[in-house]
Design a protein around this ligand. Structure first.
Ligand SMILES: [Zn+2]
Length: 151
C-alpha cells in the first residue's frame, strides 16, 4: 500500500478565506482554489521574507517540495489577479501547528487536522476564536526564566 503523502506543517490560518474582485457578482466569477499549505508557502517566503531553506524547514518538507508548493501558489494568485478571478483558501495536505483560543470562554484546544478556516469553540460553541496560538510560548518563557538563574 502506498504511503499517504506527508502532511505539511502550517502555522497559520488566514483571517479571511475568500477574496473576490469588487463590483462583480459572485455568480459571474471564476474561482481559484488556493490550498492552506500553498498560502503558508506565500506567507513564509513572500510575506516573512524567509529563504527557501528556512521555509522548507518550517513546513517540514524538502526544498524541492517547498519550491513546488510555492510555484503552484504563485501561479494561482497570478491567474486570479490578472484574470479577475476570486480566490478561495481551503483544503490542502497540511497539519496545523498550535492551538485555538476562544475569546468568549477562554477555552484552548488543539487544532484538528484539516480543520475549517472558521473553527468553532468545542466548549461553548461560539466562533470568536483566535486561531493558531503557538504552543511553544510557555516553553520559551520557562527557558528565559532559567537563564535568570535559580537561586
Ligand atoms: Zn468558548
Amino acid at each position: 500500500m502506498p504511503r499517504p503523502p506527508k502532511r505539511r506543517m502550517v502555522e497559520f490560518l488566514p483571517p479571511c478565506d475568500h477574496f473576490k474582485p469588487a463590483g462583480v457578482p459572485l455568480a459571474e466569477l471564476e474561482e481559484v482554489q488556493l490550498s492552506v499549505d500553498e498560502l503558508e508557502s506565500i506567507r513564509l517566503k513572500d510575506h516573512q521574507g524567509l529563504d527557501h531553506e528556512a521555509c522548507a524547514q518550517r513546513m517540514q518538507v524538502s526544498r524541492s517540495t517547498f519550491h513546488r508548493i510555492l510555484r503552484s501558489a504563485h501561479e494561482k494568485v497570478a491567474a486570479a489577479l490578472t484574470e479577475g478571478k476570486s480566490v478561495r483558501i481551503e483544503g490542502g495536505n497540511y497539519r496545523l501547528l498550535g492551538r485555538h483560543l476562544c475569546r468568549q470562554c477562554g477555552g484552548l484546544w488543539r487544532a484538528r487536522d484539516d480543520e475549517a478556516c472558521d473553527p468553532i469553540c468545542p466548549h461553548c460553541g461560539c466562533e470568536d476564536v483566535v486561531k493558531g496560538v503557538p504552543t511553544h510560548r510557555r516553553r520559551r518563557r520557562n527557558r528565559s526564566h532559567r537563564r535568570g538563574g535559580w537561586r
